[in-house]
Design a binder for this molecule. Sequence first.
Ligand code: NAI
Ligand code: MG
Length: 360
Amino acid sequence: MDARIVLLPGDGIGPEIIDQAELVLNAVAEKGGHALSFERCPIGGNAIDDFGDPLPEQTVEACRNSQAILLGAVGGPKWDDPTAKTRPEAGLLKIRRELKLFANLRPVKTFDCLMDSSPLKRSVLEGTDILFFRELTGGIYFGDSGRSTTETGEESAYSTMIYSTSEVERIVRLAAAAAMQRGKKLTSVDKANVLEVSRLWRQVAERVVKEEFPELEYEVVLVDAMAMHLISRPSTFDVVVTGNMFGDILTDEASMLPGSLGMLPSASLGESGPGLYEPIHGSAPDIAGKGIANPLATILAAAMMLRHSLGLEDEAADIERAVDAVLDAGHRTADLAGKGETSIGTVEMGQRVVEALQKA
Ligand code: NAI
Ligand code: MG
């Protein structure tokens, strides 16, 4: 298989972790006889410094002409000036919008050897492997909003949550199709006891599942109950689909389950065109340039890229197994190491994953 991949290293630890993901992808390509080509483009703070724009046109063009995009992270204190015309994050928001990436996928899996660093008990965490589908371009973050002042001078503000049938259909379809490839269970999360927009969501989701995915085990859960179930019985969920704001909150809650931010990848997909893959953590300016950042979330994001954009499921699973093997062998970056445990750096962790892949 031939594929053009755009790498957007970004700021802070971004370039360090992207280097390791590229080495892992090269190892996969070599093993499977795939021709993956990589192009590096600027985004974020460094792009503001060099081009006065957090998302230069050349980056957008390269992304459009690619099959998939792997991003490090953007931002840092250097660009935090509140009076600045533009901020690094604007580059990220713009590329998502340009490519119409409406589905945000976040797998949350617990790793056996890291369970003791999670705030939850091992017995609760065991077997947890959830794939969240968060709608990313609609809902309350994009609905009409405004402020007004009454005659008495009191201020009020409103934000509206709006979803159309087609917006619900396309995200539920993607989530249901993914569930068919995994544990064949789909959970849709809403607030249909209170919100009209959720009643539409529920109605559309049920129809799509019944008509197109009748073999799925399907359930609906109210968002407040879901917040409890995620920490009382996370292992009972397979694929979870929900709207923008509920997904924002629930995925952050769920990100605590594996025990470290440095292990969590994500993907943003559109109807067609390239997907965008990235770790969920930020640019970690506090450790940038020290060679100690954990590259595993980015390496796992590269695995998601092979699975969802390039159709290389076996190769994706190979990377995931290699990461498991490296952790099982006791290798830890500083963020994963327990008290008194020795740790390895970014480059060495990448190298260990490459070796595990070559051995497998
Ligand atoms: P952060 O995720 O960058 O860091 C939070 C803490 O986790 C820090 O102590 C950091 O050292 C640690 N950490 C994060 N990733 C790690 C890794 N791979 N290995 C080891 N330790 C890791 O979040 P923070 O500090 O709130 O934001 C820093 C900058 O990143 C800000 O400018 C923020 O705007 C930006 N950011 C960018 C995101 C993106 O590009 N998608 C997402 C979140 C934040
Ligand atoms: Mg959030």
